[in-house]
Design a binder for this molecule. Structure first.
Ligand SMILES: [Ca+2]
Ligand SMILES: [Ca+2]
Length: 98
């Protein structure tokens, strides 16, 4: 019963994030979402053996990622952001300890 509930919760989560494509390669899975419905991916979550390792977003919907989160042990370790959308990170925040 718990497994069924978790499975349903996972599927509802996918719908809530408008997952449009899932790519698998060995232990890596990447879930892509189209947040504004224009047919292009705007957000991606990468999982390695079921644990999140990357999350990236295209906040201005220009087709280029502009914020990147790196996870370690399931928690955000670094955040990089491209605030002026020139393709280069303008800030980089590293977690104090993990
Ligand atoms: Ca889009
Ligand atoms: Ca962008």
């Amino acid at each position: 019963m718990i497994v069924l509930a978790l499975g349903i919760g996972f599927l509802l989560g996918l719908l809530a994030y408008r997952v449009t494509e899932v790519r698998r390669n060995a232990g890596l899975r990447v879930y892509y979402s189209d947040l504004n419905g224009d047919g292009r991916h705007d957000e991606a979550y990468s999982y390695e053996h079921g644990t999140i390792v990357w999350h990236t977003m295209d906040r201005n919907f220009d087709g280029n990622w502009d914020v990147w989160y790196e996870y370690r042990r399931g928690q955000i370790y670094t955040e990089q952001g491209d605030e002026n959308f020139d393709g280069k990170a303008d800030f980089w925040v590293v977690a104090r300890s993990l």
